[in-house]
Design a binder for this molecule. Structure first.
Ligand code: F6P
Length: 540
């Protein structure tokens, strides 16, 4: 059942109709407990959702929609290892990667308890990470590793890249971490430009080990190493490890499968950071901190699975998003971390959310008549304030936004953190309450300028705060968004764990590759033919 088929959906629509003139100013004035009543806690995080365009009744009705859609059962189906990724006939068990304090987690398709494998890989990663960190893992010429370069793309890049930056305060600073993803050779060339091959370790991360970009970059990296060592192929074993589900492909590439860290087809690429895909992060912060991160993930998982819907952070954020997306017509959702360490978090969320819920057929393959996943975007505060916040404050678009901040800074220098957080608090206040024309006039503003200096307010935000950015709060934050995406996909009745939409472009690119270097006749449309012709002419 999708959200529009529930009885409660008509109540949600009726709420929106009767709340056409909903005003955050009025709502706060009428109810001194609004903030307290609309604040939730879980796994080190506080969510204040009071600055949203909803009242208690709308929230109740949205929760009733979730109930009617069988959300609780759907959550259980995921945690219980059922094959909810039906188009690929797979379980969806990224939650098993961090279920370290519990017992068995069974893949219902194979009947296998996946936990022994999870623990085994985690231990192998820890041993390897310790070797690299201590300098006992040596390159082919006997030098310890100084540069760790992850080669991967999508889920095999965005998670570890984002997380290695996010948890930099906990990382071993004599090691340098870099991430090469783009098939554009510039990415590789500029990354390794100042690196000594003898001190460089490549982690080739690819679930399938067939992804064009990753294979191209990995081959180029292998050539770079071999060239340095005059073609001595024994160097490969000391400078390359693989992270993959595909041992045969890894062996084909020439990496010894003894140097491979495995994971499983029940881990979706965009959910793979807590798997072996997080090896670069583990080398950076060490196995203990990595386990603390998994503990944070697990705490949020537990909360998601057990908390009643009205106290459930991921569910609440998902329902609010649905209200804006499906009722009030918002097209996008902004994520605005007020912490430089989370600079890549919006990019990470783009894949997590848009690759999961950017679908337009329901689970039975019928075209949906309701909106599905929003466009997710964002930048770290305060940079965004000096770029696109004008539109957030005075534009014609409804852009719900999540503001994410921390009470304490890892760099308590001068007044920076006070200034940062003053902006953090000021922005959601300004967005919610605006400034009326009368208030502008009362400042002596000339009448002609009054409309330009007026702020309508009523622009919805969530505020998410934690004491500090730690491995645990970080893990909990990622899990929070994973589960938010899950809930939305469940109510939109789409398959959130496949990504068929990325295939067509890949197939067409493979067809075009040989055409770019040949002179054969072209059989595309006139636009594509002409563009390929232009490329051929420039590269003759
Ligand atoms: O772009 C599609 C995709 O399949 C993502 O889902 C995935 O994270 C990425 O490519 C990389 O895939 P792989 O880890 O198999 O190289």
């Amino acid at each position: 059942m999708n959200l529009t088929e529930t009885k409660a959906w008509s109540a949600v629509l009726a709420d929106a109709e009767s709340n056409r003139d909903f005003s955050l100013r009025a709502a706060f004035a009428a109810d001194p407990n609004r903030a307290a009543d609309m604040t939730l806690e879980a796994a080190g995080w506080t969510l204040d959702y009071s600055k949203n365009l909803v009242d208690a009744k709308t929230m109740r009705d949205l929760r009733a929609v979730a109930d009617e859609c069988g959300l609780k059962d759907k959550i259980e189906a995921m945690f219980n290892g059922e094959h909810i990724n039906e188009t690929e006939d797979r379980a969806v068990l990224h939650v098993a990667l961090r279920a370290l304090s519990g017992g068995a987690v069974v893949d219902r398709g194979t009947g296998e308890d996946v936990m022994p494998g999870v623990r085994k890989v985690l231990d192998a990663m820890a041993n390897f990470a310790d070797e690299v960190r201590s300098g006992s893992w040596k390159g082919h010429s006997g030098k310890p590793v100084r540069n760790v370069v992850n080669i991967g793309i999508g889920g095999s890049d965005l998670g570890p890249c984002m997380a290695t930056l996010a948890l930099a305060p906990f990382s071993q600073r004599n090691l340098r971490f870099a991430f090469v993803s783009n098939v554009d050779a510039t990415h590789f060339a500029e990354t390794v430009r100042d690196m000594d091959p003898e001190e460089t370790l490549f982690l080739v991360a690819s679930k399938t080990f067939t992804t064009l970009e990753t294979m191209d970059n990995a081959k180029t990296a292998r050539e770079w190493i071999l060239k340095h060592y005059d073609g001595d192929s024994a160097a490969v074993a000391k400078h390359f490890v693989a992270i993959s589900t595909a041992a045969d492909e890894v062996a084909k590439f020439g990496i010894d499968t003894a140097n491979m860290f495995g994971f499983w087809n029940w881990v979706g690429g965009r959910y793979s950071l807590p798997s072996a895909i997080g090896l670069s992060l583990m080398i950076a912060i060490g196995p203990d901190r990595f386990r603390e991160m998994l503990g944070g993930y697990e705490a949020m998982d537990r909360h998601f699975r057990t908390a009643p819907l009205e106290k459930n952070l991921p569910v609440t954020m998902a329902l609010l998003g649905i209200y804006y997306n499906n009722v009030l017509g918002a097209q996008s959702h902004a994520v605005l971390p007020y912490d430089q360490y989370l600079a890549r978090f919006p990019a990470y969320l783009q894949q997590l959310d848009m690759e999961s819920n950017g679908k337009s057929v329901d689970k039975r393959g019928r075209r949906v008549s309701w909106q599905t996943g929003p466009i997710v975007w964002g930048e770290p505060g305060t940079n965004g304030q000096h770029a696109f916040y004008q539109l957030l404050h005075q534009g014609t678009k409804l852009v719900p936004a999540d503001f994410i901040g921390f009470m304490r800074s890892h760099n308590p220098i001068g007044d920076h953190h006070v200034h940062l957080m003053a902006n953090f608090f000021a922005q959601t206040e300004a967005l919610a309450f605006g400034k009326t024309a009368d208030e502008v006039r009362a400042e002596g503003t000339p009448e002609a300028l009054v409309p330009h200096k007026t702020f309508t307010g009523n622009r919805p935000t969530n505020t998410l705060v934690a004491l500090e950015l730690t491995p645990a709060t970080f893990g909990a934050l990622v899990a929070l968004y994973e589960h938010k995406v899950f809930v939305q996909g469940a109510l939109w009745d789409v398959f959130s764990f496949d990504q068929w939409g990325v295939q067509l472009g890949k197939v067409l690119a493979k067809r075009i590759i040989p055409e770019l270097t040949a002179d054969s006749p072209l059989a595309h449309d006139s636009s594509t033919n002409a563009l390929i012709g232009r490329f051929r002419a420039a590269n003759r």
